[in-house]
Design a protein around this ligand. Structure first.
Ligand code: ZN
Length: 240
């Protein structure tokens, strides 16, 4: 913090009326990392931290020249948004006959635990291509592979996204554990890597556990330790 009361954090500068302690700075970071507070967000059709938003807009301009109209399906999501996704999937899979831990395992094939989504950070987004007819299920990996409607976009991203600082998070690497292949999910590495480093130290009992999350009685410290190892860290090695 400088003497005028500005706090320089991983999330940019916060103007504050009083002196800020290291403890308060760390508390603010934890709230942002777990989706309880939003970082400053930019963009109209996407909501990302400044550098990520600027880089995404540059990438959109470059892609359009090659006939790909990159569009953000989902970018920043707070804890409550992730909670709605989680709880509605919980109800859906329960109705289908799954029970307890089976439901949790099914949800985490594609959806993060509320409080532990990379979408909380304002650095990650899911994309589609507006130049093609949108399918009813845009987030289906088959659309991105050879012959699929988003294959042109996926091939373009494979070739060019790194030049703009974006990396596929959940690659098609069979050795990777955690979330299934998500060819639509990209992360702005320069911002997300330091945040992941901080996230590794977030305390499960204090900062993650919540009564609002359906099935939370099945989520204990052992689950969390496995989730951290396989899901949070089971990503493209470039982002670690
Ligand atoms: Zn995503």
């Amino acid at each position: 913090m400088d003497r005028r009361g500005f706090l320089y954090t991983t999330f940019g500068v916060l103007a504050l009326g009083h002196s800020i302690t290291a403890q308060e700075e760390s508390d603010t970071n934890i709230l942002i990392l777990t989706g309880r507070k939003s970082p400053k967000l930019y963009g109209v059709n996407h909501r990302l931290q400044k550098d990520a938003a600027d880089a995404f807009e540059k990438m959109q301009v470059a892609a359009i020249k090659d006939g790909v109209k990159l569009f953000s399906v989902s970018s920043h999501r707070n804890f409550n948004a992730q909670l709605r996704i989680w709880n509605s999937k919980y109800d859906k899979f329960k109705k289908q006959g799954l029970k307890g831990k089976e439901i949790i395992e099914k949800i985490i094939e594609y959806s993060a635990f509320p409080g532990a989504s990379r979408h909380h950070w304002g650095t990650d987004l899911d994309i589609s291509d507006l130049n093609v007819q949108q399918p009813g299920d845009p987030l289906n990996p088959k659309h991105f592979l050879e012959g699929g409607i988003y294959h042109k976009m996926y091939a373009w991203m494979q070739k060019n996204s790194n030049d703009f600082g974006f990396y596929e998070a959940y690659t098609n690497d069979k050795k990777r554990k955690g979330f299934k292949f998500e060819p639509w999910h990209y992360s702005y590495k320069a911002l997300s890597r330091p945040l992941l480093f901080e996230f590794k130290n977030v305390n499960f009992t204090k900062n993650i556990k919540s009564e609002l999350i359906k099935g939370n009685k099945y989520i204990d410290k052992a689950f969390w330790d496995r989730y951290m190892e396989e899901y949070v860290l089971g990503i493209n090695k470039e982002l670690l």
